[in-house]
Write a new protein. Structure first.
Length: 364
């Protein structure tokens, strides 16, 4: 009997030790994840800083300023155009691998980052023409252009109407056709970004944008409806405690709040031109895509449709195929295995391989 009691005590001791170890490991993992949620961009920025990235700006003859990050390399020129509510730093995670073969220029689109903020510039052709100037007067050599999201539509404009220096283009999950009105109000971009943005601009703005967004974002309604008011209250409290600073939410994954990192340098009127569909400025996507004659790779995030027929993706498979057909035989469609819009961040190898495929074209 005594031996059994001793054995039980030993087993309980072992169980206690195991439990303590698991508790410590669990706490460690939780602390690590929280740290990552608060500092997700620092590692990538430090890495490109070690590689020698420089932030510069170019002033156009019309007085507009294009801010950009430049990572010099021995390869040909690569111009990167980010999407909505971002900046050139959005490419920091993929720049080290691209730097192995390319001399990189990553710009801030007008209304974003340190580039000029003026509402009269927030149109497809105005953005596109000034980026064409940037290629001709700053880069001054053969260039491959890659754009993400609405930045991909701008890249399409540069590819269609740029000079002979533009030798290839990568369109990373562009919102083709929807952002000119096709099923616009049934798109995730409209419901999750542009409608809340428009409503916030039109409101009395009694709370910070981050809190308002969390109360009205579409992904929150779909997946965390009961939790969002509390999270929004936390964001508002953080904003009041840290006025003028980025709103950080330690318990939310960075993928859910990534735009909070950039929104302080974002002009919301830029997004308003997407809400009211004026950003295209009379240029149809059919015309734009048909005018691309250079080699093109279209990266499409897999179609995802909610039960209520809202498209949880930038474009449907049919829209992507229609876009590629309009471009013609010089275009290749590559689809990812999921609907994550940030292909260069989540499917890095697919993105890098697409960019590097232009090296075979003899770009100088």
């Amino acid at each position: 009997m005594k031996g059994i009691k001793t054995m039980v005590k030993k087993m309980m001791k072992i169980v206690g030790i195991v439990f303590l170890v698991l508790l410590i490991v669990g706490i460690g993992i939780l602390v690590y994840l929280c740290y990552q949620n608060l500092h997700w961009w620092e590692k990538d920025m430090k890495q490109i800083e070690k590689l020698g990235v420089m932030e510069r700006y170019a002033t156009l003859p019309n007085g507009n300023v294009i801010n950009y990050g430049e990572l010099e390399g021995d390869g040909p020129a690569l111009l990167l155009i980010h999407g909505q509510m971002a900046s050139w730093e959005d490419y920091a995670s993929v720049m080290p691998e691209l730097h192995e073969n390319w001399h990189i220029y990553a710009i801030d689109v007008y209304g974003h980052g340190e580039s000029t903020h003026k509402e009269e510039l927030y149109y497809l052709d105005v953005n596109g023409n000034d980026i064409i100037w940037f290629i001709e007067n700053v880069i001054k050599q053969e260039t491959v252009v890659s754009g993400h999201s609405n930045g991909a539509l701008t890249a399409a404009y540069v590819a269609a109407y740029g000079s002979e220096l533009v030798k290839g283009v990568v369109l990373e999950d562009p919102p083709v056709f929807s952002t000119q009105g096709e099923n616009w109000e049934k798109s995730f971009a409209y419901l999750d970004t542009y409608k809340p943005l428009h409503d916030y601009i039109s409101s009395e703005q009694t709370e910070c944008w981050e809190a308002y967004y969390l109360r009205h974002c579409y992904w929150g309604e779909l997946f965390m409806k009961d939790s969002m008011p509390g999270i929004a209250n936390y964001a508002q409290h953080y904003s009041e405690k840290h006025p003028g600073e980025e709103v950080k939410i330690f318990f939310m994954p960075a993928s859910a709040t990534i735009t909070f990192h950039y929104v302080k340098q974002y002009d919301m009127l830029y997004g308003e031109h997407f809400y009211d569909l004026t950003w295209n400025n009379g240029i149809t996507h059919e015309q734009l895509l048909s005018d691309i004659t250079i080699p093109c790779i279209y990266l499409h995030a897999k179609e995802n449709v909610a039960d209520n027929w809202v498209y949880l993706c930038a474009a449907s498979r049919e829209q992507a195929e229609r876009a590629v057909a309009l471009i013609g035989d010089n275009a290749q469609l590559i689809e990812t295995e999921d609907s994550n819009h940030d292909i260069h961040g989540t499917h890095t190898q697919i993105y890098v391989d697409a960019i590097n495929s232009f090296l075979e074209e003899g770009i100088k």
